[in-house]
Write a protein that binds this ligand. Structure first.
Ligand SMILES: Cc1cc2nc3c(=O)[nH]c(=O)nc-3n(C[C@H](O)[C@H](O)[C@H](O)COP(=O)(O)O)c2cc1C
Length: 354
C-alpha cells in the first residue's frame, strides 16, 4: 500500500470531532499486507460525568471510523471493519482492513477538513425541505440508529426551551464546570502547545463575553454569580442559539451497547459532513442527551436530585416533541443553520502509533 495514502487516510481520520476535542484515540497501522488500521480508545482521556462507560468517546470513534471509510474510498481502498474484535478488550475499538478498489472521489472527503463546530447564533434561513429529508435519511442503512430532524419553527422554539438547559447545567454542577474549563485553551499559543481542547475563539463568544470568560473559570465566582442569575442567563443564551437554528435534530439508538454508539458516531459524522458540504453550520448539543442516556443505562450521573428531575423531564419533553418511538434512546442532539464562519479552528495531536 502506498504509504502516502495511508498517511492521508490517518490525517483525515483524526479530523473527527470529539467531546471538548479530547481526541480519545490512538491508531496502529500496517502498510504491509494485510494493510490495517487498528483503532484504540484511550479511556483516561475523558473521565468526565458525561463519559460514563466511554459513551461520548465511542461516538467520537464512530466519527473517526466514518472519516476512514470516506478517505479510504477517495484514495482507492475498500474497508473491512470489525468493531470490538477482541471481546476481552473494550478499548480495542476497531480493526480496519484496507484492500485496493476503484477510487470514489466523494465531495464528503473535502468536507472532512472544512467541518467544524459553530457555536455562534445562527441567521434566519429556511433549509429546503428536500435537504432536510436528505439529512434525515443519511443513516437509513445503519440499523442501530434513527435520525429525527425538525425545521418547523414552532417545534424549534419549544425544543430550544428544553435544550438551553444543556449549557446552564455546566454552570450549576462543579464537576461539569471543572471538566469543560479544563479543556479551554485561552490563546493560540496555549492551543498550539497542547494540540487538543477548545480554543477560546471557537466558543462563539462576543467581545464582552470573551473578556468576562476568564473570571468564570473559578467555581467560587460562578457559585456567587449564580445568585445573580449567571447560569440562567447562560441557559437563555443556549436557548436563543437553539431558537436561531434552521433545524434541530436528535439521533437515537436502539440499545445501550457500545457498538450502537460507534454507529451513532458514524451517522453524526455523515450528517455533519453533508451539512458542511451544503455550507450549513452545525453544533452538537450532547451533554444533556448523554446524561439521559446514562439514566437509560441504569446509572445515576453525579448531579443533584433537582437536576436529575430536570433531566428526566427534558427527556420526556424531547420524546414527545420529536415523536420518538418507545424502543429508541436519545443520545445525540444538534442544531443546523446558517452562520458566520468560526474565527479559528481546533488543533489535532498526531495519531501516535502505540
Ligand atoms: C460526543 C461529542 C459530544 C459533543 N458535545 C458538544 C456539546 O454539547 N456542545 C458543543 O458545543 N460541542 C460539542 N461537541 C463538539 C466538540 O466540542 C468539537 O467537535 C471539538 O471541540 C473539536 O472541534 P471541531 O468540531 O470544530 O473540530 C461534541 C462532540 C462530540 C463528538
Amino acid at each position: 500500500m502506498n504509504a502516502q495514502h495511508l498517511n492521508s487516510i490517518i490525517e483525515a481520520a483524526i479530523r473527527a470531532p470529539s467531546g471538548d476535542n479530547i481526541q480519545p484515540w490512538t491508531l496502529k497501522t500496517s502498510s504491509y499486507p494485510p494493510f490495517t488500521i487498528d483503532v484504540y480508545n484511550l479511556p483516561d482521556k475523558d473521565q468526565s460525568v458525561y463519559n460514563y462507560q466511554q459513551n461520548a468517546s465511542y461516538i467520537a470513534h464512530g466519527a473517526l471510523i466514518e472519516n476512514i471509510i470516506i478517505s479510504a474510498k477517495y484514495f482507492g481502498y475498500s474497508t473491512d471493519i470489525k468493531l470490538f474484535p477482541d471481546k476481552a478488550d473494550s478499548n480495542f475499538v476497531a480493526k480496519i482492513k484496507l484492500s485496493e478498489a476503484s477510487e470514489e472521489k466523494s465531495l464528503l472527503y473535502d468536507a472532512i477538513f472544512k467541518r467544524c463546530t459553530n457555536r455562534y447564533p445562527f441567521k434566519a434561513y429556511n433549509i429546503p425541505t428536500e435537504n432536510i429529508k436528505a439529512l434525515s435519511e443519511i443513516g437509513n442503512d445503519i440499523d442501530e440508529i434513527k435520525i429525527h430532524i425538525t425545521s418547523d419553527h414552532s417545534f424549534v422554539n419549544e425544543l430550544a426551551k428544553i435544550l438551553g438547559f444543556n449549557d446552564q447545567l455546566v454552570f450549576e454542577n462543579k464537576l461539569l464546570h471543572e471538566f469543560v474549563f479544563k479543556q479551554i485553551r485561552w490563546s493560540n499559543a496555549h492551543a498550539k502547545a497542547t494540540l487538543d481542547g477548545m480554543h477560546i475563539d471557537t466558543l462563539g463568544l462576543n467581545f464582552l463575553e470573551k473578556k468576562l470568560f476568564p473570571l468564570i473559570q473559578n467555581w467560587s465566582v460562578v457559585r456567587l454569580l449564580n445568585y445573580a442569575g449567571l447560569s440562567r442567563i447562560i441557559g437563555l443564551k443556549g436557548r436563543y442559539n437553539c431558537r436561531s437554528a434552521s433545524a434541530l435534530g436528535m439521533i437515537t439508538v436502539k440499545t445501550t451497547d457500545k457498538t450502537s454508539l460507534i454507529r451513532c458516531g458514524q451517522a453524526v459524522q455523515r450528517i455533519w459532513l453533508e451539512a458542511t458540504r451544503q455550507e450549513l453550520a452545525f453544533q452538537p448539543i450532547v451533554g444533556l442527551p448523554l446524561l439521559m442516556f446514562q439514566l437509560n443505562q441504569k446509572h445515576t450521573p453525579n448531579v443533584s436530585i433537582n437536576h436529575l428531575e430536570k433531566i428526566r423531564a427534558a427527556e420526556r419533553n424531547l420524546i414527545n416533541l420529536f415523536n420518538i418511538g418507545s424502543q429508541e434512546l436519545l443520545v445525540f442532539g444538534f442544531r443546523i443553520g446558517k452562520a458566520r464562519p468560526i474565527a479559528t479552528r481546533t488543533y489535532r495531536k498526531p495519531a501516535n502509533p502505540l
